[in-house]
Design a protein around this ligand. Structure first.
Ligand code: NHF
Length: 448
């Protein structure tokens, strides 16, 4: 099959999990024997060789679009540059909205130039930023379309932008939800886990009949214990070594890694749980590594917690290299994922690949990928806690600290198997291929 992928992030350009997901899907589809082409903005990075240029009308003037082309692991990647397409990936909201329109017009222009050599059987767009590109390619080339939501944004765009994009017919109201529009025009709508789909059924029910989920995957070839610096040491020694590196004495170690944001990742719940735990004698032997940055208030709160509990808490306000993160996963006991919502989540599977036991909110993809110790002790891969409940998280951490080695080791082994076998990108891509051929099950609310 010939597949065209549209999206705002493609490796090596990465802001969040979107880049990993879109790139892995594209490459996985190639491995299954498909021809895959990607259109993505250049974001000022000038990746690939100059391929062609053309002009588009934009906001009453014109913009010179320059297209670059590269082959990356079997995928043909076209990056579109010029005007706003050369800004950082996600500029301020006002600029971003206009950038998505220009990306749409430029994508349609590029399709017009290459259609003779590459007529896609399906166009697969990822997240709302691709709405104009999807709309224009569907309008002018009548291709089958799939729209995947990695995370609902729930934003609104003024109708004027749709007129600017020459898609006025899609904007009957003054304020338009671009996710709604993309899902409306797509032949099939997907999201990245089953639980997220039902949690957001209020949105997805609008497209009942053409909605389904396709789980993301994980590439365990990088997230692999054999590649650890201290692969030959027992896990307890690795933990001791890594804690020493961070200036902490040995103890039961839990790690949080992720963006500090108020809406999604639940750093607030974690910090409250630590404050609650601090009055329990078990806290003395607990260590917390909190890694990430973002919201200044959350950063300040995290620093305050570290200052109160210097023996127990270490904070790293940096994005660490992937190799260091791998060492951490391979050394700590638990990885905490207290997200308020999580469409799929990658951290829990990265942790499972390396034998760190996830303790996570029972939401979205976390709930679908982690088998809870309370539900199924034999097959368990982690522990699920109610979302936003700092007391429950604190209590779970105390219980987790007391788990015997046999249980912990079983969970680690179960986790590795689950990540390596059940959540491969190959499985994801096989399902996408079936979906492109209209051969997948759909979400039916009366069958839940
Ligand atoms: O894993 C890639 C990622 C998800 O849960 C994640 C999210 C954004 O919030 O699909 O997209």
């Amino acid at each position: 099959m010939k597949i065209l992928i549209l999206g705002f992030e493609y490796l090596p350009i990465k802001v969040g999990g979107l880049a990993e997901a879109v790139t892995s899907i594209a490459e996985g589809l190639v491995e299954l024997g498909n021809e895959v082409v990607v259109f993505t903005p250049d974001h000022g990075k000038k990746l690939g060789e100059p391929f062609l240029g053309f002009e588009v009308e934009f906001e009453g003037g014109s913009v010179e679009i320059s297209v670059r082309k590269r082959e990356q692991n079997g995928v043909t990647v076209y990056t579109l540059g010029g005007g706003l397409l050369d800004t950082g990936v996600y500029p301020d909201w006002e600029t971003l909205k206009r950038k998505t329109v220009l990306f749409g017009k430029a994508s349609a222009g590029l399709m017009n130039r290459i259609i003779g050599e590459f007529k896609p059987d399906v166009v697969h767009a990822h997240d709302w930023h691709a709405v104009f590109a999807l709309g224009l390619i569907k309008k002018y080339f009548r291709v089958k379309t799939v729209f995947t939501i990695h995370r609902l944004n729930k934003g609104k765009l003024p109708a004027g932008l749709f007129h600017e994009a020459n898609l006025g017919e899609l904007a009957p109201y003054p304020d338009i939800d671009p996710e709604h529009t993309a899902a409306y025009i797509a032949d099939t709508v997907t999201t990245v886990s089953r639980s997220y789909l039902w949690e957001e059924w209020d949105f997805f029910k609008n497209f009942d009949g053409k909605v389904t989920h396709v789980f993301n995957g994980i590439d365990c070839s990088f997230w692999n214990e054999e590649l650890l610096e201290n692969a030959d040491l027992p896990r307890s020694e690795r933990r001791r070594a890594i804690l020493r590196r961070f200036g902490l004495e040995d103890g039961k170690t839990s790690m949080f890694i992720g963006r500090f944001d108020k809406a999604q990742k639940g750093v607030d719940t974690l910090l409250r749980a630590i404050e609650i735990l601090s009055s329990d004698p078990a806290f003395w032997e607990m260590r917390f590594l909190i890694i990430g940055k973002g919201d200044p208030e959350l950063e300040a709160w995290t620093r305050a917690v570290r200052e109160r509990f210097p023996r127990n808490v270490k904070v790293v306000n940096e994005v660490l290299p992937r190799e260091v993160v791998r060492e951490l996963y391979g050394s700590v006991d638990f990885v905490l994922i207290p997200s308020h919502f999580e469409p799929f989540g990658l951290v829990q599977l990265e942790a499972m690949c390396l034998g760190a036991v996830p303790i996570a909110s029972a939401v979205g993809g976390l709930r679908d990928t982690i088998i809870d110790l309370k539900d199924d002790p034999e097959r368990a891969t982690g522990i699920l806690v109610p979302q936003g409940d700092a007391f429950a998280l604190a209590k779970t951490l105390i219980t987790a600290k007391e788990l015997d080695d046999e249980t912990l080791n079983r969970m680690r082994e179960n986790g590795k198997r689950r990540a390596r076998v059940d959540f491969t990108w190959e499985n994801a891509c096989r399902r996408y291929v079936n979906l492109y051929m209209d051969a997948v099950d759909k979400a039916m609310h009366f069958l839940r």
